[in-house]
Write a protein that binds this ligand. Structure first.
Ligand SMILES: [Zn+2]
Length: 223
């Protein structure tokens, strides 16, 4: 399954793969040349497996677009930028797209569902980052094949529906488009492609499991 040798060293922007541990509970991906890694705790993860020194900083996410600078954790918002590089900024998702970005002096993360994307959470994340992004990652989320939405959602995002009444929404392409508009180079975007809904062994999915769904945890840390 996994690539031989060191996939991180071979990694190029574009479509890339996470490396899962043997229990398929935790995954990681070192963003090449940055000194940072993205990590994912999926469906099989248990609390003790998560780092606690320091713990992952999380916000109270509300599908909005506010990006906070150096929050303590627990504040309301859907994105944060941390300039203390010893910390771990995280987002919880169960179909929404986690967007993660690093510069040489900060880490930023955002929780991007359609509402957040429509409201500008990606633009806000990029604009609040000090310095130029070195790498941006689009983490696991629901894929376009699994995600049918009504025209009101497509309208909110400025997308023309491919059929009357409903259409498929590709959160990744939507976020990528907004990253490019915000001045992020295509050549630094890493896209993990995994779908939370059609990969039930690895991920929680709200659309699949509804109220019973847990949350996948995605975070950045210095390596
Ligand atoms: Zn899917």
């Amino acid at each position: 399954m996994s690539d031989p040798g060191s996939p991180e060293r071979q990694a190029r922007p574009g479509r890339v793969r996470l490396r899962w541990d043997d229990r398929m509970a935790l995954a990681s991906f070192a963003l090449p040349g940055t000194g940072f890694a993205l990590r994912v705790a999926g469906r099989n993860a248990t609390e003790p497996a998560l780092p606690d020194d320091p713990p992952i900083t999380l916000l109270r996410q509300v599908h909005g677009c506010e990006v906070l600078m150096d929050p303590q954790g627990g504040e309301t918002g859907d994105g944060m930028v941390l300039t203390d590089l010893s910390r771990r900024p995280g987002v919880t998702v169960a179909d929404c797209l986690p967007v993660l970005a690093v510069t040489d002096s900060a880490m930023g993360v955002a929780h991007a569902g359609w509402r957040g994307l429509a409201a500008g959470v990606v633009r806000n994340l990029v604009s609040r980052l000090p310095g130029t992004p070195l790498a941006v990652a689009l983490g696991p989320c629901i894929c376009a094949s699994c995600y049918t939405v009504g025209t009101e959602v497509l309208d909110a995002l400025g997308i023309r529906p491919d059929s009357p009444g409903a259409g498929r929404l590709d959160l990744r392409e939507c976020a990528r488009h907004r990253l490019l508009l915000a001045g992020v180079g295509r050549e630094i975007i890493f896209d993990f492609r995994d779908c939370t809904m059609c990969m039930p062994l690895l991920y929680h999915s709200y659309r699949r499991d509804r109220e019973r769904a847990g949350r996948n945890l995605v975070w950045l840390e210095r390596v």
